[in-house]
Design a protein around this ligand. Structure first.
Ligand SMILES: Nc1ncnc2c1ncn2[C@@H]1O[C@H](COP(=O)(O)OP(=O)(O)OP(=O)(O)O)[C@@H](O)[C@H]1O
Length: 262
């Protein structure tokens, strides 16, 4: 059987800021329904790659297709249609501080859908419940929430339009290990329940072990390798070796995956 077209296809991506070249020939395929973790040293351009894929930054050269369509060479109307099919959770949650959690989740719906107020509120409430936030959090402002709850609110907003792809920029950064593990479990559960594809920039080795189907390594301005954790352990490259074989990696290897826990 022919292999399914990748849901995200990046070819020959080049991106520089002034004379600082961040990407020089990045290629990447993301498969529908997978959780792919994007790793790499600090400043290797993981967030810049995410921002280019979702059309917030313009590449200098190369091509990016999502759902088989170019993100760049397209009309505003077509880009808006594409954008409705993915959700993004930025590094700090990027919630509107003047809106409550539910209003934050309603914001993309207001922008993109023409719904009666009560239906929109009900739908937003469902999303907030789906990410495990308690009833009393719905009408709170972001500043009244813990870091973990803010992340959940950011995730609720990312899924507000029933996307096919969710982009997560360091979702577990800043969480304590238990909070991070809970968040990993939530991502896996939502991915499986909603059939999502998850593109996740992360530094978190526990997340890579626990929930990622494949890992892509950014190094030397390119995607150096893509594969399973077992495949990463075989790669002979200084950064990859240090990252995947270091003491933190050994600690992460000993932990069970969420689907292995009763
Ligand atoms: N708008 C911008 N203008 C100039 N330089 C930028 C801009 N955005 C990113 N950069 C630079 O591009 C490089 C890659 O940034 P990026 O944030 O993608 O790294 P990263 O791999 O996500 O790093 P980290 O793991 O530290 O978050 C960095 O050197 C950063 O300073």
């Amino acid at each position: 059987m022919a292999e399914e077209e990748p849901i995200i296809k990046v070819r020959g991506l080049v991106k520089a800021f002034g004379d600082h070249v961040v990407h020089d020939g990045v290629d990447l395929d993301v498969r529908r329904g997978e959780i792919i973790g994007i790793v790499g040293g600090s400043g290797t351009g993981k967030s810049v790659l995410l921002h280019q894929i979702v059309g917030l930054l313009k590449p200098d050269a190369g091509r990016i297709e999502v759902f088989g369509e170019s993100v760049r060479d397209t009309s505003d109307e077509e880009y808006r249609r594409l954008r409705r099919r993915w959700g993004v959770m930025f590094q700090d949650g990027a919630l509107f501080s003047s809106l409550t959690v539910r209003q934050n989740v309603e914001a993309p719906m207001r922008e993109q859908m023409n719904l009666p107020d009560d239906l929109r509120e009900t739908l937003a409430g469902i999303k907030v419940r789906m990410v495990g936030l308690p009833e009393n959090a719905h009408d709170k402002y972001p500043s009244d929430l813990s870091g973990g709850m803010r992340k959940r609110a950011g995730l609720a907003r990312a899924i507000s339009l029933d996307p096919e792809i969710v982009f997560l920029d360091e979702p577990t950064a800043g969480l304590d290990p238990i909070g991070a593990a809970d968040f990993d479990t939530l991502i896996r559960e939502l991915q499986s329940a909603l059939g999502l594809t998850v593109f996740m920039v992360t530094h978190d080795l526990d997340s890579l072990h626990a929930i990622c189907d494949r890992i892509a390594v950014l190094a030397d301005k390119k995607v150096l390798a893509v594969g399973t954790m077992a495949e990463m352990l075989e790669i002979d490259h200084p950064w990859v070796r240090e990252y995947f074989h270091g003491p933190r990696a050994r600690a992460a290897q000993g932990k069970p995956r969420p689907d292995e826990v009763d």
